[in-house]
Design a protein around this ligand. Structure first.
Ligand code: B12
Ligand code: SF4
Length: 511
């Protein structure tokens, strides 16, 4: 999908989608496969798709979709159908897996949904299609049968240490230009799954509570492959790599031992693991080349952590006894070892007041290097979605805006717009503060793009705003309008193709 959100502007961050290369690496070798990450051509989606359909004449097109990308995805299906009426369309990823209904609509143009982990299901689906065999036996697939969709039984998640998956096929990419602050970036997985159950996270409904690591040799081969294709930075996309700290330490040693610490690594981590094991883990991470650590802080207030069911993963323990919150300790350890902290916080929970949101913003201002502050977003089938619905706090049912930085829920005390305004106003200045280290890291990139980077961070504001001649709310209003326009990646398809893009309201609410 081309859709990106506030914290990962395509100017500075264009990362590959890990699902697509993994799927491509695991289908039968005789297929010709092309991966097109549309994030690379955000403003040229239509012409790129027209060209690719002309060049490759695909029999099957698969799309990898998050909820906020649903609208664009359905438009893309519409376009594909107009370019190649007989093409078979497969939808996969978090959104179709957790909310099949919009894709079942005959107007959607989708033929198959692959639910959950996709490699084996997609491979078997393709085998069935090419041999004209029934797909009824393929676990994990939902398919159109006349006017209704049939949902085959779920497929159980792969036990990765024993059930081998082939390496991702990066060679199948037909578009280029993945970069992070001007440096070539790739992604690598070292494990899948998580045993926690944070109420806002889609992972549990997607694959249950489990943790399956890839063998370290396989991870090293994957990193080496990414490196050999030019990656200077690697984002490790594991759901929760810090569940097994000893294994993470072993991985760091393997990276250093293999001479692959010349790559800069970015990883997501739990505060508790870093605080409780950081003294041994952090030096190894630093030596291996880890540079940015995304910490799932979520919230600094215990009541909010309780609501988000994220207290356990943020707990500090000493001699096995819980002694408080792990966040500050985790940040200090990472800083002591020369790593930057990307602070993941969630503000706007049901009981949040102006003061509780301000407390979190002040914390971010003081402690984190790069803020990654979001609003609770009721994605399909998460426990949090039920909580917000039960309390009647969801105010926006347009999934296009479910991108994490648009407030779509209110609290009992504050309106959604006010919550978003508070985050927006504070976060821009925090981001500005990180510019000097970025300049030192990527001087040529910043010299070339610094003005555009600032313009992006402060879009909506004008000289009048900075001089205090207009209210910041006016700038915020303009920012929201810019965001609204940015969300359209594909102009309206021509009529007469027989397909209509269905409305993408909140199915849960029946809107
Ligand atoms: C890494 C990651 C990121 C990275 C993305 C890096 C990248 N380019 O890949 C970063 C940090 C940038 C990011 C950002 C966002 N993310 Co994110 N992210 C993840 C995470 C941790 C892992 C995803 C991953 O790569 N997994 C590995 C791959 C191999 O697995 P996979 O994607 O699930 O794919 C498998 C199946 O889904 C299926 N499949 C997927 N696509 C397809 C397509 C076809 C055709 C088929 C057959 C099968 C199939 O098969 C694949 C292989 O088994 C997940 C999950 C989590 N624990 O939080 C969230 C998650 C996917 N992100 C989410 C969200 C909401 C976002 C953001 C919108 C906001 C945010 N939370 O930051 C932004 C948007 C990014 C953008 N495009 O602008 C949500 C999606 C929820 C939903 N219902 O849509 C998740 C689930 C987290 C959550 N809140 O629960 N994210
Ligand atoms: S620890 Fe992370 S991956 Fe695990 S349930 Fe919580 S948010 Fe999801």
């Amino acid at each position: 999908m081309p859709d990106s959100f506030e914290h990962t502007p395509s100017l500075t961050i264009r990362m590959p989608n890990g699902a697509l290369t993994s799927l491509a690496g695991n289908i039968d070798a005789h297929h010709r496969v092309a991966i097109a990450d549309l994030i690379l051509v955000q403003r040229r989606v239509r012409e790129t798709l027209e060209r690719l359909v002309r060049d490759f004449r695909p029999d099957v097109v698969g799309l990898s979709i998050m909820t906020f990308q649903r609208h664009t995805a359905l438009k893309i299906v519409h376009l594909l159908r107009s370019l190649s009426p007989g093409v078979r369309v497969v939808a996969g990823g978090y959104d179709p897996s957790l909310d099949t209904e919009p894709y079942e609509d005959p107007a959607s143009g989708v033929d198959f949904i692959v639910r959950g982990e996709g490699e084996l299901t997609f491979r078997e689906l393709l085998r069935a299609l090419e041999s004209n065999a029934p797909v009824a036996a393929v676990a994990g697939v939902s398919y159109r049968n006349g006017h209704r969709f049939v949902h085959n039984p779920d497929r159980s998640v792969m036990r990765l240490p024993v059930e081998r998956l082939a390496l991702p096929n990066r060679g199948a990419r037909v578009l280029g230009g993945y970069t992070f602050l001007g440096r070539a970036i790739d992604i690598v997985e070292t494990s899948r799954g998580c045993t926690y159950d944070c109420s806002f996270c889609s992972i549990i409904e997607m694959r249950g509570r489990n943790f399956h690591p890839f063998p370290i040799e396989r991870v090293m081969a994957d990193i080496a492959d990414a490196r050999s294709r030019g990656a200077q930075t690697i984002f490790i996309v594991d759901d929760n790599i810090t569940l097994d700290v000893r294994r993470f330490e072993e991985l760091c040693r393997a990276i250093t031992g293999a001479g692959l610490s010349t790559v800069d690594y970015i990883v997501q981590a739990m505060t508790s693991s870093i605080a409780n094991h950081g003294e041994t883990l952090a030096p190894l991470m630093k030596k291996a080349g880890f540079r940015y650590v995304f910490l799932g802080i979520e919230n600094i207030l215990e009541e909010d952590l309780g609501f988000l069911k994220a207290a356990a993963k943020n707990a500090r323990r000493q001699q096995g006894v819980r002694t408080g919150n792990a966040t500050v300790e985790a940040i200090n350890i990472l800083h002591r070892h020369g790593m930057f902290v990307v602070g993941g916080l969630i503000v706007g929970n049901p009981d949040d007041t102006r003061e509780s949101i301000e407390a979190n913003l002040a914390f971010a201002r003081r402690y984190v290097d790069w803020p990654y502050i979001q609003h609770p977003t009721p994605y399909p089938r998460t426990p949090m979605t039920r909580d917000f619905r039960d309390q009647d706090l969801i105010v926006n049912h347009d999934y296009r805006e479910y991108d994490g930085t648009t407030a779509v829920v209110r609290t009992k005390h504050l309106g959604a717009d006010e919550i978003e305004f508070m985050r927006w106003r504070a976060e821009r200045w925090m981001k500005l503060r990180h510019l000097p280290p970025v300049l030192a890291y990527s001087p040529r990139f910043v010299m070339r793009n610094g003005v555009r980077m600032l313009a992006h961070t402060f879009r909506g504001s004008s000289l009048k705003t900075f001089l205090g001649l207009e209210s910041e709310r006016e700038a915020f209003r303009r920012y929201k309008e810019i965001r609204r326009i940015e969300r359209e990646y594909l102009d309206e398809p021509e009529s007469g193709t027989g397909y209509q893009v269905p409305r993408t309201g909140c199915a849960v609410q029946g809107a």
